[in-house]
Write a protein that binds this ligand. Structure first.
Ligand SMILES: [Zn+2]
Length: 169
């Protein structure tokens, strides 16, 4: 499987932690959006697209984000420390929705994305820079084929035979 396109959308400025969003295309036919390029303490890294984890209120069954301090549905006070923790003791508040399943590919993908990010930063310095289109999928939307009107039968013609005609007395 080949990465056939990497699109970088720069956001914020050099002091912000979130530096860019990234959209990647595999084999020219499968798109993953909302990867993030984050400036960490040890350089930039790529965060996979993720969703916020939720849990269920013990009183009413309402769904709440793990950071929520009160239930959205019934207002019950929630334990602010209820998120599971990873091996480093950080609360697990998000789950990746698409991600490499081994370190080797994670490193390769990250390297390519960070290269594209650096290229985009260089391009952004050039006069007349235009950021890439927001919505990649819009490039691939084709208009529906024109509907051809059905040929009209001339009223003098005999009616077309219909299926099953003549089988029954
Ligand atoms: Zn509740």
């Amino acid at each position: 499987m080949e990465v056939t396109e990497i699109r970088i959308k720069l956001v914020g400025d050099r002091d912000d932690k979130l530096r860019a969003f990234c959209t990647i295309t595999f084999d020219g036919c499968f798109v993953v959006r909302d990867l993030k390029i984050i400036k960490g303490t040890r350089g930039a890294f790529v965060a996979m697209p993720s969703r916020k984890l939720t849990d269920v209120c013990t009183r009413c069954g309402g769904k709440n984000h793990l950071r929520a301090r009160y239930c959205n549905e019934c207002g019950t006070r929630l334990n602010p420390d209820r998120a599971e923790r990873d091996e480093k003791g950080r609360a697990k508040l998000h789950a990746d929705v698409a991600h490499p399943i081994n370190q080797q590919y994670r490193d390769e993908l990250q390297r390519r994305i960070l290269d594209a990010f650096e290229d985009e930063l260089d391009r952004a310095e050039m006069p007349g820079y235009t950021p890439p289109a927001d919505d990649l999928s819009a490039d691939h939307v084709h208009p529906p084929p024109p509907t051809t009107p059905k040929p009209q039968h001339d009223s003098d013609d005999p009616p077309p035979h219909s299926f099953g005609e003549g089988l029954l007395p």
